[in-house]
Write a protein that binds this ligand. Sequence first.
Ligand SMILES: [Ca+2]
Ligand SMILES: [Ca+2]
Ligand SMILES: [Ca+2]
Length: 499
Amino acid sequence: MVHLRKATVAMLALTWSGTAYPETFHVYPGGSIQAAIDSAGTGDEIVVHPGTYGGAINFHGKAVKLRSSDGPLATTLDGQQAGTVVRCQTGEGPGTVLDGLRITGGLGAPNGGGMLIEGAGPTVRNCLFQGNHAQYGGGLFVQSGQPTLAGCTFDQNTAEASGGGLYSYGYPGQPAAVLLDCRFSENSAVSVGGAVRNWDSSPTLTRCVFYLNHARYSGAGVANGGESHPSITDCIFEGNTANTLFGNWDCFGGAMSNFESSSPVLVNCVFLANSAVALYPRLSRGGALANGGSAQPTLINCTLTGNHANIGHALSNTGNAAPTVTSSILWNGGGEVGNEDAATAWIAYSDVQGSWPGPGNIDEDPRLEDLRLRPDSPCIDAGDPAYAPPGARDLDGHARVLGGRVDTGAYEFGIGDYNGDRVIDTQDFLAGAACLTGPDNGPYAAGCEALDFEYDHDVDLVDLAAFQVLLGRSQPAARVSGRPHACSVGPELAAASRL
Ligand SMILES: [Ca+2]
Ligand SMILES: [Ca+2]
Ligand SMILES: [Ca+2]
């Protein structure tokens, strides 16, 4: 039975002489994906049909697109514990694409159980790295490469040393991986970086989630070491745990650790219920983040709540560490920041339980609901007044600065509240009717950002629909305000809700 079929793809666009038509190869269970790669040329596509495929694959530098027909839950590459499953080590660029596959059973020796990228920059999309193991980088090891990882999930991968999900290794100043919309869940490392370990490497992480990862020593979510300066934006760290429940070992950073001269920049990040736990409580530091060496992390508009460690529920700083924190919430009963040795912490325009010296800091219940600011929150318009980067958004994707001044925390209050009375009602859309320019009719007037829900600089029916959803949620607030029930919906809003 022939499992590898080859079909010429019809070209709809103009073609040019001397160039081969892209071809599509189909691989079915029992067939060889590697044989398809070996047969394919630049621009060709390989479609893998549902089933489980054994054996390792290597792109050998080819700019081909390898994708599943039915997604990662239906299509598995199983390394069967025989070695690394997928390799890009021959200068692959973004035209080498791995899309929609589940990669499991990989065993890195020592690096990269599920995938190994060395000096290459392939595109990896919608892949599920699950149950792979290595000494370094259980799911994926990237060495001096610049891959793009979009919509990938790293689940239950393990590292004997560090980087359960991903190990990013490079040299200071080198371009590194770009991760978008990735999820790291239940990965673990015996040493550091349960989900991600960076060493001399500064990847860009946007809209990533770190959930229930574990490391024995430090940085259960992300462990930055050497000169690693990752840019981490709109990421959520929840329930990650660094714990050492035996011996006289210490334990740092339930969500993140930054050591040596690592200085990540974190914007709009949430740290919720992470913990660092050691057998002896005096050895547990940094429920959310632990900073040591000469690390200088920057946190802007972050919310750190419900994190726990013996020293520094939110932040532990040792050695010469010197974090900068602005417009953020640190809240879990007090003792949020622990400074030891020569460490310092510059914290400003933030809400710190137990208080912390610095301009604009407060120590008041932030009045959170689902991590967002309630209308009576003291964090509204209490952030760094000088912070107004053009086009910035909050963690919900709304305009970052509403109400004239940035708030404290990851979510900005005020979307939908055009008239600024902290109540969402139909008055807001009536008062803001002039903002309704419709799509692509040029910029709106100042203040209309409050009605531009997806912040695309149009106020149109999409925004009207989003407004109505918010209106529905705002009923209790409307009643508390003493207003008549403000949530009866006219026919226009009802129509918009069906969009
Ligand atoms: Ca504001
Ligand atoms: Ca209002
Ligand atoms: Ca809009």
